[in-house]
Design a protein around this ligand. Structure first.
Ligand SMILES: Nc1ncnc2c1ncn2[C@@H]1O[C@H](COP(=O)(O)OP(=O)(O)O)[C@@H](O)[C@H]1O
Ligand SMILES: [Mg+2]
Length: 200
């Protein structure tokens, strides 16, 4: 039997609206370079999706956030939820401060820092999965980042890109990436899922 607080935590994770989409999200990420996850605030996108991918065998996951504070709090929360299962494998990276080590498999980092990393590592070879979270905020860094990532997914077939948002304009993003693959190949490359998740 699980230690009671842990059992409660596991129950809470299963009660999150996103949980019923767990297998579907993992399957779609396996089969598509670009997946869009749109669901209401609080449904579990930021804390759960990276854990679903980790527990399904994905490694070297970057999850960007518009704000530094979110990187720190998400890294703390996800480390806590995953307990010793991942341990130091979850960290954050913000400019001038990082908890990332060679053991790190999931990093929460700012969009600005990911852009800096692209200057050193043009194809982002250090990551297998890039999650751009809060993509609806559409500020300067994010728009620029999406442009870079769009050409990168065409160049690196092994890279997995996930766009997550509460109020995403799905058509806008799917059109943007459809253009990058060309309409014929787009169906095989782009998957739109978990639209309009509702909190009960
Ligand atoms: N640091 C935290 N402490 C306690 N609960 C948290 C924390 N961070 C998130 N949660 C809870 O986990 C659930 C999922 O949050 P989150 O994954 O951030 O959702 P989303 O990204 O879809 O808005 C929410 O119910 C939220 O209240
Ligand atoms: Mg979130």
């Amino acid at each position: 039997d699980l230690f009671p607080p842990l059992a409660k935590l596991r129950r809470e994770q299963k009660n999150l609206p996103i949980f019923q989409y767990r297998d579907r999200i993992v399957e779609l990420v396996r089969s598509h370079p670009v997946v869009v996850v749109a669901g209401d605030t609080g449904c579990g996108k930021s804390t759960q999706v990276p854990q679903y991918l980790l527990s399904s065998g994905f490694n070297n996951i970057a999850c960007t956030q518009p704000r530094r504070i979110a990187c720190i709090s998400l890294a703390k929360r996800v480390s806590f939820e995953s307990l010793n299962q991942y341990g130091s494998k979850v960290g954050y990276q913000i400019r001038f401060e990082t908890t990332r080590t060679t053991a790190t498999k999931l990093s929460f980092l700012t969009e600005g820092l990911l852009l800096r990393q692209i200057q050193q590592d043009r194809t982002l070879a250090q990551y297998q999965v890039v999650i751009v979270d809060e993509v609806h905020e559409r500020h300067l860094h994010c728009d620029f980042l999406l442009g870079v990532l769009r050409s990168l997914v065409a160049e690196r077939p092994d890279l997995r890109l996930i766009l997550m948002s509460a109020t995403i304009n799905i058509k806008l993003f799917s059109d943007y990436f459809t253009t990058s693959f060309g309409p014929k190949r787009a169906k095989d490359h782009l998957s739109i899922t978990v639209k309009n998740l509702r909190i009960k």
